[in-house]
Write a protein that binds this ligand. Sequence first.
Ligand code: NAD
Length: 479
Amino acid sequence: MTENNLINGQWVGSDSGATFEVHNPATGRVVGRVPDAGAAEARRAVDAAWNASSAWAGRPAIERAQMLQALSARLAEDREDLARLLTDEQGKPLAEARAEIDYARSFFEVSAQASALIRDETPSVPGKKIRVHRRPIGVAAAITPWNFPIAMLAKKMAPAMAVGCTQVLKPAEQTPLSAIALLERAVASGVPAGVVNLVTGDPAAIGAAWLEDSRVRKFSFTGSTEVGRILMRGAATNLPRLSLELGGHAPMIVFEDAAVDRAVEIAMAAKFRNGGQTCICPNRFLIHRSLHDDFVSKLANRSAALTSGHGHDPEVVLGPMIDDAAIEKVEAHVADAVEKGATVVTGGRRRRVEGFQDRFFEPTVLTGCTSHMRCWREETFGPVCPVRIFDDQAEALALANDSDFGLASYVVTNDEERIRRLGDELRTGIIGVNDPGPAVAGVPFGGVKHSGFGREGGRWGLEEYLELVTVSAIDLASR
Ligand code: NAD
């Protein structure tokens, strides 16, 4: 495969020829070298996207949809190669990497289907003929994180391509190879030069170059709240439309009517995906007093049994943390919780895995957690389950909502009346009710509060790349 950037249909290096290394987080080995590009290359990518935009927008929607479907089919064909590459640079177990390819494909499929539903509307206004037209917003920029390097790009590429926007893309520096591999498949599926462009390198310089370029009309970012704020400030001059998919701090509430075994099952599935490095992972467990001890003991037993190691090993469920800073943060959160009175029921330390980097952390369950602990307020992004007892529904909801973040939340209950009211009562963009995997391509995904704004998925995702134009006509002949 190439290890270059894609600008105007050409695979190119950085202007200076400089590259940076990509490492396997489990072995520490170099798995590739990609261009260390900056503002000049970023601007050239916008030139290419700008020049390609009217031809792409002018193409029949059905042709663009067919290209998305061709890309999805190619990803299916190359699923195994892509999954191996993803595991090599990101660390997640192969089974999860395969699931990520499938998830990414579903965005191309869903966006292709949803694009057929985009129509003008004609609201009735006396004396006028009104047409509300939807047109592609123009050149769209996207910056993505390392935790789902193919799916996060697919979530942005698919709707933009479907409606006729051209794009400039920057993947995370930890995982550019998966992004390049995805773009290679896009080119091979017939996507014309300039429609998608990819630049790797200096994040601040590339981001600033795109924000300073008035031709960029949409900026979609997935990553930390901290960087989201930097981008939002930078957007103040040219005012591109923003989508910010930022950090999360999901609560999971287990109500008194839940079956404990089922609740533990749901907790395991939601929490340990990607070693806890998932924006919608539960980070706070609120357990009704009557179930607490049973839940904690079963969760601790199940967690402690999870196998850590290299993602290529089929026995492995937990891969490494992405880098040293990530494992240091997990360690610091556990130390802070213990210092403030939490009890470590299981885990709490690094786990040595023979022959690999010191980047594995034991699945950890902490009880007696309180609101002033870092793990209760900040995203840990690791395999840590902080647990707290509640006595009634009002207390559980108040504790769940007591967070600056509002991406996802989880509830385990069978109480229909309670479920019906959750949409108004829980301040998050996504709510999983007995559902550990509420993120699917056909429905809106996104947060509220410091988790950002904008939605990806289904027709809602396409709307983010369209602008509304009201054409108000008076018929001269009738005057
Ligand atoms: P990050 O914010 O450090 O990096 C994300 C991207 O931003 C990377 O491509 C990085 O190179 C780039 N970046 C960094 N500084 C920049 C700058 N000054 N200007 C422009 N770009 C810059 O986040 P991360 O560590 O890669 O990912 C983890 C975070 O992403 C977590 O907070 C997680 O919750 C969040 N996330 C959110 C969602 C969601 O949908 N809400 C999904 C996945 C991850």
